[in-house]
Design a protein around this ligand. Sequence first.
Ligand SMILES: Cc1cc2nc3c(=O)[nH]c(=O)nc-3n(C[C@H](O)[C@H](O)[C@H](O)COP(=O)(O)OP(=O)(O)OC[C@H]3O[C@@H](n4cnc5c(N)ncnc54)[C@H](O)[C@@H]3O)c2cc1C
Ligand code: FES
Ligand code: FES
Length: 500
Amino acid sequence: MSRANLVFYINGKKHEVGNQAAFQPLTDYLRYGQSLCGTKVVCAEGDCGACTVLVGRPRSNGGRGFNYVPVNGCIQYLYQIDGCHILTVEGVTGCQSDDAAACRLNPAQEAMVVENGSQCGFCTPGFVMSLSALAYCDYYKDYASNQADSLKSALTGNLCRCTGYEAIVKAALSARYDQFQALSQVYDEPAILNELAPLLLDDVHVEKDNLEGEGRQVFIPASVSSLCAYLAENPDAVLVSGGTDVSVNMNKREFRPAKLVSTARLGLDQIEEQDKDGRVLKVGASVSLAQLEDYMKEACPEFYKILWVFGSPQIRHAGTLAGNIANGSPIADSVPFLMLAQSTVEATSAQGARLVPMSEFYLGYKKLALKPGEFISAVYIPMPVAHEIVKLYKVSRREHLDISSFTAAFAVQLDGGLIKHIRIVMGGMAATVMRLGEVENFLTGKPFKLETFKQAGKLASSSLEPLTDVRGSREYRLKLAENIFSKLYHEIEEESLVKK
Ligand SMILES: Cc1cc2nc3c(=O)[nH]c(=O)nc-3n(C[C@H](O)[C@H](O)[C@H](O)COP(=O)(O)OP(=O)(O)OC[C@H]3O[C@@H](n4cnc5c(N)ncnc54)[C@H](O)[C@@H]3O)c2cc1C
Ligand code: FES
Ligand code: FES
């Protein structure tokens, strides 16, 4: 079955949208279409969090209810939220009345008032939504919400330019997260899910007619087979997963593809352990970076560390691993680890699925080894083995919500005082993330000494040709590539001393 309208809920109310209305950011629809002006827009590119809303997707795999996550409404287009329940700042007070005076504030709003967490107030709804996420999102279920550090990390996607963060953090610390009204008391979620269930079996095909008569269309397949059939006919269509790259290009760079395909409803949102030891993971194409971060906390703390500083919570909840790989950026933060782990991309089309090693996936700057009609359906990640020391580095101008200037990844096996085996990957040094085979050969079999690593650093910097751009000069990057080897040596040394 197929339908031509998007269907979603906002604060418990059903919305049906078709034609050109479907091709707008959620924030435009909320503010100009629905007069829900609590959601603000400042940057329109995912950087400030003023537009934060909670997106609830029906849980997959037989789970009940919605899984709510905080995202930036400015870079979620309506076609990405088909089948979802959206909560805006107007919808988390637990008030269904049109009479504002009859509504009471939720604990986050109350705390912001008491602690003077708001001056001009433009950022405040975004902060309230990020704080409400602490009460409503599974992602935060084990969160130490009474600790300043963890609360600050929940707020890294929200900027305030006038109040200052001290008052906001105080508000975050004093909010009573256990006193939020349960969403099930406010909204009839089972009724909403019943209404959505049959609609979620449909493919959705929305066409927009513009004045020049040129059609623009979005396709939302409900299954992999529908997607494959569509891509076979429309190999020029642009895939949208989390949209954190695509939507920014639409908002800021006039990117107007004629055909869009959303992967949001394919159900490929599982992380599966492929063998009993959990050595090889299969990460589905729609798995968000936040899901992966959560998984890696125990499975690979070193990769978790990189995912934790990836964008902001809002970006990680929307963005996917597949999107980060397919974006093809030489400074993509997940790619160095994936290449280091010798991961494999599953490319699927109407002809079937094939596996492409990450080392062969990038053919040049943003040039992928995907054939027309293929999409990334999964990524297989062999997890590091016990005797392998894995070290990952991201250099950026600030810790959170910043794009890397330089990345590096190392997997080292030591045997006595010798380097038995080493793999090295660097990003930001060429048109693609790359393995440093020559330096690996140089280090293999050499003694584990600072001098050896210094020589390796010199060899690395002499063999690389990075560019100068806004994130760093060529000379700065070469220095980083050289010095990172000494840092690696000292860190391994220090840790083995600790173990003794
Ligand atoms: C504020 C902000 C902060 C950011 N911070 C970081 C950061 O710290 N580190 C970092 O690496 N990146 C960062 N990014 C970039 C972006 O968030 C990531 O690249 C993210 O992983 C993209 O995933 P997505 O699902 O949103 O991709 P989308 O925007 O949906 O797609 C990205 C590209 O991949 C293609 N694509 C998507 N899915 C598939 C698929 N299944 N098969 C084939 N092609 C596909 C799309 O056509 C598009 O070309 C940031 C972006 C923003 C806006
Ligand atoms: S308006 Fe700044 S993140 Fe959306
Ligand atoms: S209160 Fe003015 S920007 Fe935060």
